[in-house]
Design a protein around this ligand. Structure first.
Ligand code: GAP
Length: 453
């Protein structure tokens, strides 16, 4: 199979995403505010599939993890107690001439800005807002920068209502907000994004063993969904880069087209958050351990990941370009793009294509689409030649194209074409659900070569 590696892979994926309406700059008709994006139909579906895979694995599939959803607007007191008001900062420098701002610890300002920079000062990344109808009476609040705090402030409630025993976890997926100084790199660093994280409460002393287990769990989430293990590695934070709450943090880094960067992380937050909230709220946030007959503040292991960052990694990993097309028969010999996404992540699970627009084939194809739509996202597509339709669906990662032809009229079978191998199976129409269902459960994408980069 002939593929090409390209240094401009990121740009090509951004273009594909724009062309197919996966991701677009927010409110672009007014000029985008920067690092805020909207998601069109395939983008929403891909994001939802990532979240569903996460939810199924870490919440639905485990007795020791319960779901919660806490509010985005967060009282100042919460983020004062958590230390974010004082410490959730990045060092900022400003060019005195053009007033452009840079992150002093990460971004090296371009040469034409390096001559006259201010001294670094701490810039808090949280978005402020006000609670209350009058300006005088309004109380300062923040849009949460992480979902974690809602799990600590609900610790007592969950203990009392869900009757959980240590070790147990709370899981949440939700919007988080950070007024990042420097952005760019598309979905990598956003100002509004979703975090999926677990606060896993354990006995002090058992935290280190649980930490190791969660690093492994987090890693296999990505590799089981097809991410190339060779492009994933662990990065142990040195003490100077640990967050203010962390005793130990391991990042899972992915080799993005611009280099190795954090994809997800696992932190040992110790009993820092529960102690601080107990101190600031004067509520008892200890846990009574019946087995040990003592009270303590559990330690917290926190595996976390950004949904859009995961989406970026899955897209980069799945994207291939085939110069001249994938088959000798390709009509145009144009370059073809394929998203070899794991079938469970693919925005559209199957497309149903009538071979021609006559002989009742569209009608049958629409019936099949309706039947399968009860279970998965399935699209009906009759526009253009069959080869063109295959390519359109390859480009957006649809794992199976179901073609209805004149034989369908005679014996009730359809052709199912596999996106990765391009092999075609003849399947009785009534077996489609089982056929696709089995493949989805087993499924991992077939890719024989390195991602385009
Ligand atoms: N509660 C812990 C926490 O928030 P974090 O490493 O600051 O940890 C969690 O963020 C995850 O969110 C990161 O591993 C990354 O995947 C993602 N993330 C962080 N900042 C982001 C940003 N500005 N844009 C997109 N994703 C981001």
């Amino acid at each position: 199979m002939n593929t090409q590696t390209r240094p401009d892979a990121m740009e090509r994926i951004v273009n594909l995403a724009k062309r197919r309406g996966l991701v677009v700059p927010s409110a672009e008709i007014y000029d985008s505010p920067g690092a805020i994006y909207d998601f069109g139909p395939p983008g929403v579906l891909l994001k939802n599939n990532i979240k569903a895979a996460w939810w199924r694995r870490f919440v639905q599939g485990r007795e020791d993890v319960v779901p919660i959803e806490s509010a985005v607007i967060t009282r100042r007191e919460v983020l004062a107690a958590s230390g974010h008001e004082a410490s959730f900062t990045d060092p900022l420098v400003e060019c005195r001439i053009c007033h452009q701002r840079f992150r002093a610890d990460e971004e090296i300002p371009p040469a034409d800005h390096a001559h006259d920079l201010t001294e670094p000062k701490s810039f808090n990344l949280m978005f402020k807002t006000a609670l209350g109808a009058t300006e005088e009476g309004a109380a300062l609040a923040y849009l949460r920068p992480e979902t974690a705090q809602g799990m600590f402030t609900n610790f007592r409630t969950i203990l009392d209502t869900a009757r959980m025993k240590v070790p147990f976890g709370m899981a949440q997926i939700g919007k988080s907000f950070r007024n990042e100084i420097t952005t760019g790199k598309w979905l990598f660093r956003l100002r509004e994004f979703e975090i999926a994280e677990i606060e896993y409460f354990v006995r002090p002393g058992e935290d280190e063993a649980w930490f190791e287990r969660w690093v492994g769990e987090w890693e296999t989430f990505f590799t089981d969904l097809g991410l190339a293990p060779a492009r994933l590695r662990r990065f142990e934070h040195p003490p100077e880069t640990l967050a203010h709450y962390s005793k130990r943090t391991v990042d899972l880094q992915y080799e993005f087209p611009y280099g190795w960067s954090e994809l997800a992380g696992i932190a040992n937050r110790t009993d820092y958050d529960l102690r601080r909230h107990q101190e600031f709220s004067a509520r008892d946030l200890t846990y009574f351990d019946e087995g040990e007959n003592r009270k303590y503040h559990p330690y917290v292991i926190e595996p976390t990941m950004g949904i859009e960052r995961a989406m970026l990694a899955f897209l980069v990993d799945a994207y291939r370009e085939y110069p001249g097309g994938r088959t000798q028969r390709s009509e145009t010999r144009e370059s073809e793009a394929v998203l070899h996404l794991h079938p469970r992540l693919a925005p559209i699970t199957a497309a149903v294509l009538p071979l021609v627009r006559r002989e009742r084939l569209p009608e049958i194809a629409r019936q099949i689409t309706g039947e399968l739509r009860a279970v998965w996202f399935v699209e009906y597509d009759e526009a253009g030649s069959i080869g063109r339709r295959y390519r359109r669906h390859d480009e957006i990662g649809t794992p199976w194209c179901i073609t209805v032809d004149s034989q369908t009229q005679q014996d009730g079978t359809v052709t199912v074409r596999d996106r990765d191998s391009m092999a075609q199976d003849r399947v009785p129409r009534q077996d489609l659900r089982e056929y696709i269902g089995q493949k989805l459960e087993a499924g991992s994408p077939t890719r024989t070569d390195a991602p385009a980069r």
